[in-house]
Design a binder for this molecule. Structure first.
Ligand code: HEC
Length: 123
């Protein structure tokens, strides 16, 4: 019974989150994430060796796309619709989404992936 009530609520939450998409003005939020923790996490995982990432020291890589303005994009890596859940999934398991992509699975834990996703939607 509880589940039946919670699932639509979760869907509604996601819809509200995505409602900001397209307008370009409202930052997409990822519930339960701590975006302020993300720059250090991204430094630790070396994301910046392949990506330019605003606000992350030394993140000037050009192997992958610039991660600025992710919130304005329709897709993630041209593979997934740009939703918070898909961004988290990509950060954790790019090889599962797109086998052979140049981005390696780095073993980013769920919470850290959510923190990163929330951060990227703000930058
Ligand atoms: C070895 C290089 C490399 C590393 C390290 C790396 N990436 Fe990537 N990343 C890529 C490449 C290449 C792509 C483009 C993949 C594609 O389009 O198939 C990509 C794509 C992405 C995308 C989608 C961007 C878009 O414009 O759609 C995101 C988000 C992303 N990476 C985040 C991260 C994060 C966060 C980390 C660190 C946890 C990270 N990447 C580490 C190479 C890397």
């Amino acid at each position: 019974m509880r589940r039946a009530v919670l699932a639509p609520l979760a869907a509604l939450g996601l819809a509200l989150v995505l409602g900001g998409c397209g307008s370009g003005s409202e930052a997409v939020s990822v519930p339960g994430a701590h975006p302020d923790a993300a720059p250090k996490v991204m430094e630790a995982f070396g994301c910046g060796s392949c990506h330019m990432i605003p606000g992350v020291d030394g993140a000037d890589g050009r192997v992958g796309p610039n991660l600025a303005g992710i919130g304005d994009r329709w897709s993630i890596a041209g593979r997934l619709p740009n939703t918070p859940a898909n961004l988290v999934r990509w950060i954790m398991h790019p090889q599962e989404v797109d086998p052979g992509t140049l981005m390696p699975d780095l073993g980013v834990p769920t919470q850290q992936a959510r923190d990163i996703a929330a951060y990227l939607y703000r930058h």
